[in-house]
Design a protein around this ligand. Structure first.
Ligand code: S3P
Length: 425
């Protein structure tokens, strides 16, 4: 989409079959892990624009060959170990996972980052990797890594529930040839574990503990990247908000660490159907959401947040159109994403006329509130731009969203669905 777009509520939204982008988290991991595996991996359906482009740049900087063959990214892994100096842009997943990868291989280098990413917390990944024996420093200009004399086995208990931290630690241990254990404070998406297993690593999960031991180098693997459930959640939100809309989404990733939004959506009374579950490395199914049913308020507690961490703002928007008072509690991790998403959710929804209170890391939203058309600058956060675009679908006229171009970080073809409904003007 362009930087500034105009969006109006569609008159006759109708049925749309959406082509979802490949899951962002899995695409990052598939590219990065394949870059250091033995052999050639073929990655089908990877998101290869926006954020994931930075992981492709890392793979190439490491010495891997990455080419495109139709819908496949073909990655020929490398065992070279020359110093790297590469830009991770705004991609936190690229930066944190690559940090673990470089520590695992004892590769020196520097990971540069956009000022937006430089402002995000990195102690959470630096500290555990130092416990493993990594030599690294997070400075004003990015992550600096030195060679080290080898890693030691360790058990890490990260202070936050973060799949990126878990992924960085597991990857470091696996590539560094030492057994590592991560004790999670709450279960997070397990894409790293699933992919490492498919590449020959022995990964055992018991309750909140994950232990990984690599019997040898990673083996190349073919990955079929399922549709991104976070992008699916955005379209599901649109459909649930629009009477007469139906969105059909084939092949949505249903990793249990990612399905929290759909559980909440159903609890709010939306018409959600799932069909044809298949499991390869990851589970996937088709999801259909139909607009029409009246939504009701809900409570989302801190335990639920990790499984919908990127979708909480969408629940906030749904809550403005639901009967009753919705409470979203324990949102501290949202404050350290591409923007402070608690503050941004409140700012954007208030601009549309919603009633929303923020107390610490808890948010209360009263519905049902008619939304009015407005002009909003979404900053540089793709999910905030998506939130604003979806809110505009419920306005009382034409809204203007500035910063809509950032949506391409995760969902480059988002505008096509709005256009199919006649909402882009
Ligand atoms: C991601 C994990 C989550 C999520 C981010 C992608 C991943 O971040 O918000 O969009 O790919 O592992 P945290 O690990 O910081 O919670």
């Amino acid at each position: 989409m362009r930087h500034r777009v105009h969006i109006q509520p569609p008159r006759h939204p109708g049925r749309v079959v959406a082509r979802l982008p490949g899951d962002k988290s899995i695409s990052h991991r598939a590219v990065l892990f394949a870059a250091v595996a033995q052999g050639t991996s073929r990655i089908h359906g990877a998101l290869d624009t926006g954020d994931v482009g930075h992981s492709v740049a890392v793979a190439r900087a490491l010495g891997a060959r990455v080419t495109r063959d139709g819908a496949h990214l073909v990655v020929v892994g490398t065992d070279k170990n020359a110093p790297v100096d590469v830009d991770c842009g705004r991609s936190g997943t690229t930066l944190r996972l690559t940090t673990g990868l470089l520590v695992g291989r004892a590769t020196p280098g520097r990971l540069r980052a956009d000022p937006q990413l430089l402002a995000r917390p990195m102690d959470r990944v630096v500290e555990p990797l130092r416990v493993l024996g990594g030599a690294l420093d997070w400075r004003a200009d990015g992550m600096h890594l030195d060679a080290h004399r080898g890693l030691r086995p360790a058990t890490i208990a990260p202070s936050v529930a973060s799949a990126q931290v878990k992924g960085a630690v597991l990857l470091a241990g696996v590539l560094g040839g030492v057994p590592v254990t991560v004790d999670e404070c709450a279960p997070t998406r397990d894409h790293t574990e699933r992919l490492l297993r498919a590449m020959g690593v022995d990964v055992v999960r018991t309750d909140r503990r994950v232990r990984a031991v690599a019997p040898g180098p990673l083996r190349a693997v073919d990955v079929d990247v399922p549709g991104d459930p976070s992008s699916a959640a955005a379209l599901a939100t649109a459909a649930a908000l629009l009477d007469g809309a139906t969105v059909e989404m084939p092949g949505v990733c249903l990793n249990p660490g990612r399905t929290g939004f759909f559980d909440v959506l159903k609890r709010m009374g939306a018409a959600v159907t799932r069909r044809g579950l298949v499991t390869d490395i990851e589970p996937r199914a088709d999801i259909v959401v139909e607009g029409g049913p009246r939504l009701r308020a809900t409570d989302v507690g801190p335990d639920e947040i990790p499984a919908l961490v990127d979708e909480v703002m969408l629940v906030g928007l749904l809550a403005t159109q639901a009967d009753g008072v919705t409470r979203l509690r324990g949102l501290s991790e949202l404050r350290v994403k591409e923007s402070d998403r608690v503050a941004e959710m409140a700012r954007v929804l208030r601009a549309f006329g919603a009633t929303i209170d923020v107390a610490g890391d808890d948010v209360t939203i009263s519905g049902q509130t008619p939304l009015r058309a407005t002009t909003v600058n979404a900053g540089r956060d793709h999910r905030v731009a998506m939130l604003a675009s979806l809110a505009a679908l419920c306005g009382d006229g034409r809204s203007t969203i500035e910063g809509a171009d950032y949506i391409a970080d995760s969902f480059p073809r988002f505008g096509e669905v709005l256009a199919a409904w006649g909402a882009l003007c």
